[in-house]
Design a protein around this ligand. Structure first.
Ligand code: E4P
Length: 198
């Protein structure tokens, strides 16, 4: 299982990258907003520090706006994965950006049906939000089980399952047992994980 770090905090990234456990980064507009610099500057700096995929999210909700932002974000560095929401426009943008050779992370996935659509749209990553499902009294890990089972049935689906909204170490262990490709972890969780398993 790969670990991505779910943060835009350059100090956290610099310190945790040294563990050798970090394979990529995910950001979102609220994580970027906490840092007090421009999106472009933060993303550019993260991409200099990390060789693996760095997710940067579009804020537009219409197709042409997503395409414009997505192409701009992808121009910042080769390892950018453009993050788009799981909406009709997001899926259309996913298909188009993918056809242009750009990595796409389809985010805000809450059902297996949505994950099938993302795979059909050629997503590089699908981000199911398991913690938020748990918050609603549902079983987020069960969604990962469903998606992994479905994707394994179709070898032409190349989309990697990126477990998001991770709240605890149990989430990592249970989704690793299922065979999820990646978990994106807030710095606090990766630190707890490191200390617990050391
Ligand atoms: C992933 O890419 C998201 O940024 C993140 O996992 C969201 O998690 P949250 O539910 O804690 O906001």
């Amino acid at each position: 299982m790969k670990f991505f770090l779910d943060t835009a905090d350059l100090n956290e990234i610099e310190s945790l990258i040294q563990t050798g456990f970090i394979d990529g980064i995910t950001t979102n507009p609220s994580l970027i907003a906490k840092q007090g610099s421009s999106m472009q500057e933060i993303i550019k700096n993260i991409c200099k520090m990390v060789h693996g995929p760095v997710s940067a999210e579009v804020t537009a909700t219409d197709f042409s706006g997503m395409m414009k932002e997505g192409k701009y974000l992808a121009s910042i560095a080769k390892n950018i994965a453009v993050k788009v929401p799981l909406t009709n426009n997001g899926l259309m943008a996913c298909k188009e950006l993918t056809s242009q050779g750009i990595m796409v992370n389809v985010t805000l996935c809450f059902s297996a049906g949505q994950a099938i659509l993302a795979a059909k749209a050629g997503a590089t990553f699908i981000s199911p939000f398991i913690g938020r499902l748990d918050d609603l009294g549902e079983d987020g890990v069960k969604l990962i089980q469903d998606i992994v089972t479905i994707y394994n049935n179709y070898p032409n689906f190349k989309t990697q399952v990126l477990v998001a909204s991770v709240r605890n170490i149990e989430h990592i262990i249970r989704t690793a047992k299922i065979g999820a490709d990646i978990a994106t972890l807030p710095p606090k969780i990766i630190k707890e994980s490191y200390i617990t398993t050391a």
